[in-house]
Design a binder for this molecule. Structure first.
Ligand SMILES: *Cc1c(COP(=O)(O)O)cnc(C)c1O
Length: 341
């Protein structure tokens, strides 16, 4: 099996397993876990924020951020293709009492300053004010688009001018930084808070980081406890997370493999595959007469796993456990399967 369903399917390395076994631990709800504390200190430094919080998942990180930034009844301003809107189970509404104002940010994947001003709402007797704006980089649903710092900055500045805080869903922010050769600290310097996943391209088994100002992280720690994310000897899972921080530079390999995969599949009659910015490859199989479900089944039968990503679109995600040779094999298996139908 060549598993390209997601970069979350990676298995922990031996080094991660040893790190978990040997980790110094304590009760993290008491702040006593030295490994969690080290992970939080190091990751805060990596993204140039005052403080960071280790959370069980990216979803929890985003949901905590929304809760801390807003009051119930406010709006969250998001792109219509945002993960926080499409794939977090309505959490903003249920967990934070927010209504979402979703607009189409287009292929650029980040709102222009004009779009921010157009869709932001000022609170009044009749109007729910905008409590937070969320950006996403890389942008998953738009095909792993790496958004340049300048576009993040322009959107954030427009929101800040209106007094709106900005949260970045940076589940794959290091993919964006590597693809654009941008320093992570610079990439997020103008957003108030950022979440990134250790459990995706970086290859850790569990966990994400929420980073921001000291005071924000104090509030976030309380909300994490309320959401059930206060963990005890969490150094066991933080230790592999520390090892995963060494995997930032090698994301370039995933990007190269994704380019190879895209080029190879694009050459197959009926498949159309744009060149990816990062590790997410989106295949359009409409002209092969295959729906995404049919294409995914066909690929699965020959041992290549992907996921439906729309009616005719399928997502393949390169990752730590997939080599260049695997990608070459995947291309030939899928090409044969499509052509010999
Ligand atoms: C995966 C993902 C998340 C959520 O992370 P989980 O750890 O799966 O909860 C959030 N945002 C984006 C863009 C993602 O791709």
């Amino acid at each position: 099996m060549i598993d390209l369903r997601s970069d979350t399917v990676t298995l922990p390395s031996d080094e991660m397993r040893v790190a978990a076994r040997d980790a110094d631990v304590g009760d993290d709800v008491y702040g006593d876990d030295p490994t969690v504390n080290e992970l939080e200190t190091r990751t805060a430094e990596m993204v140039g924020k005052e403080a960071a919080l280790f959370v069980p998942s990216g979803t929890m990180g985003n949901q905590i951020a929304a809760r801390v930034h807003t009051s119930p009844g406010q709006e969250a301003l998001v792109d219509a293709e945002a993960h926080v809107y499409k794939w977090e189970v309505g959490g903003f509404a249920e967990l934070s009492g927010l209504q979402v104002r979703a607009f189409d940010a287009g292929d650029r994947a980040a709102p222009t300053p004009e779009q921010v001003r157009e869709h932001a709402r000022e609170e009044s007797l009749h109007v729910a004010g905008t409590g937070v704006m969320c950006l996403e980089n890389t942008h998953n649903a738009r095909g792993g688009v790496a958004i340049p710092k300048a576009d993040i900055d322009a959107a954030a500045e427009a929101a800040h001018d209106l007094g709106i805080p900005v949260h970045l869903d940076g589940a794959r922010m290091f993919n964006a930084c590597v693809a654009l050769d941008e320093d992570p600290t610079a990439m997020v310097e103008n957003v108030d808070t950022v979440m990134f996943c250790l459990s995706k391209g970086l290859g850790a088994p569990v966990g994400s980081i929420l980073a921001g100002p000291e005071e924000f992280i104090e509030d976030a720690t309380r909300v994490r406890k309320q959401f059930g994310g206060g963990m005890r000897q969490a150094g066991i899972i933080a230790a592999p997370g520390l090892v995963a921080l060494d995997n930032v530079e090698r994301l370039a390999d995933d990007h190269e493999n994704a380019r190879l995969l895209a080029e190879g599949l694009d050459a197959v009659e009926g498949l159309s595959v744009p060149t990816p910015d990062t590790n997410i490859v989106v295949v359009d199989s409409e002209h092969a007469g295959l729906t995404a479900e049919e294409f995914v089944d066909l690929c699965g039968e020959v041992g290549v796993l992907g996921g439906p990503f729309g009616e005719y679109h399928t997502r393949f995600t390169t990752n730590l456990n997939v080599s260049r040779a695997d990608v070459e094999e995947a291309v030939s298996l899928v090409a044969d399967a499509v052509e010999s139908r």
